[in-house]
Design a binder for this molecule. Structure first.
Ligand code: MCA
Ligand code: AMP
Length: 485
């Protein structure tokens, strides 16, 4: 019996996943992932080139069956970010699709090509038992306010607990067909979006890349019952609903529309509800905690709140002096702290950072919230101003500042997030050029950051200054930047 994916223990002809031209039934997935698991048995840790393909899904399921922790890599990762992740997680091999072109930074690692239709031996029964619930399943990299991203170690227990709590909250079953287009190197797209349906024995259809047409085609009459997306995707869908009756019908025909990773603006909630009669359900999570809360479908629309804690999750608000807020009055603001079986096991190789993230056994999320009388959580901000959420990605200002300072044309740099109707926040770089007569062009700086880190970390706006505003200690006063510009 396979603990994480019961449907692989009794493989059937039911569809498991479809991505572009590739589709696999549970029988085919069991064979492909089982054959890969047999090759990986005993490997220490593997990197997965997480392109939005069926190969990525098979690679991760294969690693999980073998009990080998998987480190998903952004297929657009820049050279510095890739070098950091490889140095930090020390994988013994990289799993990729046969057609994937890997960057030079991966040349030193043995490459294992994922075969979607291997011949010969299938699922190797008993492999799963090699790994207990506390064994690491995945190591997912996440940005902090300063320094390079940290590896979040997620156990099999955390993955199973969070997916099962969502299943209960959303009545998510093997009959559901999930549609999404999320990247596969983060919790949202990979754990919820791929491992979620596979744990239920249902189907996932990945669009490869997000498009309004893809959603309209796959949802509703296309067979899809659920849609997962970040607010930027729902914003683009809301824009399109006004002139796309096929999209209206598709979204109206879905059982569940779920948004997460950042706040969905009330205006977008309202536009979608008005056009389709459907309410988008928001859930709140974090790489370190997996899912914490969700609005319950059918419980009435609650735009602006992220619902109540999921089964097994304990949640409290703690004010600045460290006292736990007793009242659920919709007014008292405190930091969200959580505990439960959904929590991560620690930051890889960073006991200091792990200890600092906890208050006893409560994890400090850094998110600030109030609680409504019925227990619903309303997020109101973040403790750290140097974390930017753009397109649903968490991005540390410090990482981008360091990359900008490495450009020979830049003397000083500060990075902030600015409200953006599409991305939630857009990354703004405030720079002092080394030569005021010949400042590097904005596009060149964007390319520089994309090449070193990742395209989604590139500044969307560059503002040139003669000097950064600083206090007497020399610290940059980010709040004063708009006036300085
Ligand atoms: C543009 N591109 C570039 C450059 N400029 N490439 C290199 N250098 C440049 N200077 C390319 C991009 O690679 C991409 O290529 C295309 O141009 C557009 O990229 P981009 O501008 O980034 O796209 P976008 O339009 O801003 O994307 C919007 C998006 C995306 C699709 C919504 O932001 C997205 O997928 N967000 C999901 C984030 C997410 O999953 N977060 C979960 C983490 P091409 O067109 O070929 O692709 S949070 C989480 O997991 C927690 C647990 C939670 O609660 O969920
Ligand atoms: P990440 O660290 O990339 O996993 O992002 C986690 C953060 O995303 C959380 O700490 C929240 O700030 C934010 N987040 C996730 N879901 C929501 C949501 N539904 N509404 C508002 N913010 C969210």
């Amino acid at each position: 019996m396979n603990a994480l994916f019961p449907a692989l223990a009794a493989p059937s002809d039911r569809p498991a996943l479809r991505c572009g031209a590739d589709s696999l039934t549970y029988g085919e997935l069991a064979r492909a992932a089982g054959a890969l698991a047999a090759r990986l048995a005993g490997a220490g840790r593997v990197a997965v080139w997480a392109a939005p393909t069926a190969h990525t899904a098979v690679a991760v399921v294969g690693a999980l069956l073998a009990g080998v922790p998987a480190v998903p890599l952004n297929p657009r990762t820049g050279e510095r970010e890739l070098a950091h992740i490889l140095g930090d997680s020390a994988p013994g091999a990289v799993l990729a699709g046969p057609g994937d072109e890997l960057p030079a930074g991966l040349a030193g690692l043995p490459r294992i090509d994922v075969d979607l239709a291997p011949r010969g031996r299938g699922l190797d029964a008993g492999i799963e038992d090699a790994a207990g619930p506390e064994a690491p399943a995945l190591i997912v990299y996440t940005s902090g306010t300063t320094g390079p991203p940290k590896g979040v170690v997620l156990s099999r227990r955390a993955v199973a607990a969070s997916l099962d709590a969502l299943a209960e909250a959303w009545s998510w079953t093997a009959d559901d067909v999930l549609v999404h287009a999320l990247p596969l190197f983060h919790v949202h797209g990979l754990i919820l979006g791929i491992l979620g349906p596979l744990r239920r024995g249902g189907e996932v259809r990945h669009l490869g890349a997000f498009s309004v047409e893809g959603v309209a085609r796959e949802l509703g009459a296309g067979g899809g019952t659920m849609l997962f997306g970040v607010p930027t995707m729902y914003h683009r869908l809301a824009d399109a609903l006004a002139h796309d009756p096929a999209l209206v019908a598709a979204m109206a025909g879905a059982r569940l529309l779920v948004s997460g990773s950042a706040a969905l603006p009330v205006h977008d909630h309202e536009r979608i509800a008005a056009a389709t009669g459907r309410t988008v359900v928001e859930r709140y999570g974090m790489t370190e905690t997996l899912m914490n809360t969700s609005v319950r479908p059918g419980a009435g629309p609650r735009p602006g709140t992220v619902g109540v804690p999921l089964a097994g999750v304990e949640l409290r608000l703690v004010d600045e002096d460290g006292s736990v807020l007793a009242e659920q009055d919709g007014e008292g603001v405190g930091e969200v702290q959580v505990r439960g079986p959904n929590l991560f096991s620690g930051y890889l190789g960073r006991p200091d950072a792990t200890a600092a993230a906890f208050d006893g056994d409560w994890f400090r999320t850094g998110d600030m919230a109030v609680r409504e009388a019925d227990g619903a959580v309303r997020l109101v901000g973040r403790k750290a101003t140097d974390l930017i959420k753009s397109g649903g990605y968490k991005i540390g200002a410090g990482e981008i500042e360091n990359a900008l300072l490495d450009h020979p044309g830049i003397r000083e740099a500060a990075v902030t997030g600015e409200p953006d109707p599409d991305l939630g926040e857009r990354i703004v770089a405030w720079v002092v050029p080394a030569d005021a007569e010949r400042p590097p062009a904005a596009a060149e700086l964007a390319d520089h950051v994309a090449r070193l880190l990742a395209p989604h970390k590139r500044p969307r706006v560059v503002r040139y200054l003669d000097a950064l505003p600083r206090n007497d200690m020399g610290k940059v006063l980010k709040k004063a930047l708009p006036e300085a510009g």
